[in-house]
Design a protein around this ligand. Structure first.
Ligand code: UD1
Length: 443
């Protein structure tokens, strides 16, 4: 995996131009069967890497997925003065954090990966300053930072906005404070948590996010010497400490990637054993697949999904964890598009997430959207066509649809898929899919 940018024309060098014209060519109709292993979660590892900034010295993160976003976060940490080594053969990243890190996260990285803002909390707590570019528009809707900022301000940080940057500073140590989140935002919970562990006195985060990735970072912070109570609940109590120590920690498995494989089995009349995953993190999604007609068998190190019929349509309502994850919504719309019957999908987190429906319609899917609802009428067949992935999960949803569409589906915007799915194409091929990664000149 190299650091390339499929972004703005005119800013691309030769290597990035290559990435921009790569496509996935999927020929539909194959049944997927076999075993697949799930790596660490993208949505956890990036925050774990940022959290290492809280302690000088060398920390080691294990079970690191080989995805583009890990490279972007590595580059960001290097610019902050860290020495970062990615040992792909053992899925490990080591980060040597200096005694006085730099404190600026530039726009060129933040625009490529919104999660870059997660360095703000640790930097303001550790060095009393963080200048972080505001991510701006996002392909899945406008995503505010107001809850992050309100939390830092309650702890005594001064936060202003200037020339496209958020400037956070604190004259001395941050002060522990009680914060009530307007919404259980994953990112805001992480920002406030990472600031609170080094603040003076007790902090309480009410209406905190409870995602498995939040539990993961809490456990890593505890191993660094932080005091946190209520882990996995919506009230986190943090007793700040003066200093933390480096750590070695393994990333929680990626429940969204695991869920994507589960949907792939259900859509292709398949039989996939997903190893390294935790079924307990996907209870709602696996329950939906059972309702759709799949057999789901849990085991100690994962689960198996077997499907011997056309899926039945299932209604979906996305909500913060333990509700149905928004990051599996496009994959389930793909499933519903070939299901028996009609379904109603309600998206409560990201307003623009239905944009991908227009691409799915190119394959013949019958989906009507109105605000944050989508009505999906299942069709007995889709028909392959060129489509464009607009974000990571939309990309996954389109590939799944391509697996069952008649003929060839060419998925553009592969860079999005690379941000979240390690070894996606080889894994698909091992499971029996007819899929290739091609340069546009061959497509
Ligand atoms: C994270 C995940 C993303 C997932 C999402 C919800 C990462 C890198 N990304 O995103 O894949 O889909 O959680 O599970 O971990 N909001 C505000 N103000 C704020 C913060 C959030 O209005 O200050 C809103 C957002 O616009 C959105 C909702 O809250 O509508 C949820 O956002 P949040 O939980 O913060 O998601 P992210 O952390 O951005």
């Amino acid at each position: 995996m190299t650091l390339r940018d499929p972004g703005v024309p005119g800013t691309m060098d030769a290597a990035t131009y290559d990435a921009a014209v790569e496509v996935l060519r999927v020929t539909g109709g194959r049944r997927l069967a076999g075993e697949v292993c799930v790596a660490g979660a993208k949505n956890s590892v990036l925050k774990l890497m940022a959290a290492t900034l809280l302690a000088p010295g060398t920390s080691t993160i294990r079970n690191v997925p080989d995805i583009l976003d890990v490279e972007i976060m590595s580059e960001l940490l290097r610019r902050l003065g860290c020495v970062v080594e990615h040992h792909r053969d053992v899925a490990t990243v080591t980060i040597d954090v200096p005694h006085r890190p730099e404190h600026r996260a530039d726009y060129d990285l933040v625009r490529r990966m919104r999660a870059s803002i997660c360095v703000m909390g640790p930097l303001v707590a550790r060095v009393g300053a963080a200048d972080v570019a505001v991510p701006g528009g996002d392909n899945i809707g406008s995503r505010g930072l107001d809850i992050h900022v309100a939390g830092l301000r309650r702890m005594g940080a001064e936060v202003t906005s200037e020339h496209g940057y958020l400037l956070a500073s604190s004259a001395g140590r941050l002060r522990g404070a009680q914060t009530w989140l307007d919404f259980p935002s994953v990112g805001a919970t992480e920002t406030i948590l990472m600031a609170a562990v080094l603040a003076e006195g007790e902090s309480v985060i009410d209406n905190a996010a409870r995602e498995p990735e939040i539990v993961d970072i809490c456990q890593m912070l505890e191993a660094m010497g932080a005091h946190i109570e209520g882990i996995g609940t919506s009230t986190l109590r943090i007793e700040g400490v003066e200093a933390l120590r480096p750590v070695e920690h393994a990333t929680v498995p990626d429940r969204i990637v695991a869920g994507t494989w589960a949907v792939a089995a259900a859509m292709t009349h398949g039989d996939i054993t997903i190893r390294g995953a935790q079924a307990g993190h996907l209870s709602m999604a696996l329950e939906k697949l059972s309702t759709a007609g799949a057999d789901v068998h849990e085991s100690a190190d994962g689960f198996r999904v077997i499907m011997d019929r056309r899926p039945a349509a299932v209604d979906i309502v996305t909500l913060p964890y333990p509700g149905f994850p928004t990051d599996l919504q496009p994959q389930f719309i793909a499933l519903n598009s070939i299901a028996e019957g009609a379904s109603l999908v309600t998206e409560n987190l990201f307003e623009a997430r239905f944009r991908f429906v227009q691409e799915l319609a190119r394959l013949g899917a019958d989906v009507r959207t109105d605000g944050h609802h989508a009505l999906v009428r299942g069709r007995s067949a889709l028909s392959g066509a060129p489509v464009e992935a607009t974000d990571i999960r939309a990309g996954a949803g389109l590939v799944l649809a391509g697996l069952v569409a008649e003929g060839q589906t060419t998925v553009y915007g592969v860079g999005h898929i690379d941000r979240g799915y390690a070894d996606f194409v080889p894994d698909l091929q091992r499971l029996g899919a007819d899929v290739q990664r091609l340069d546009i000149s061959d497509a």
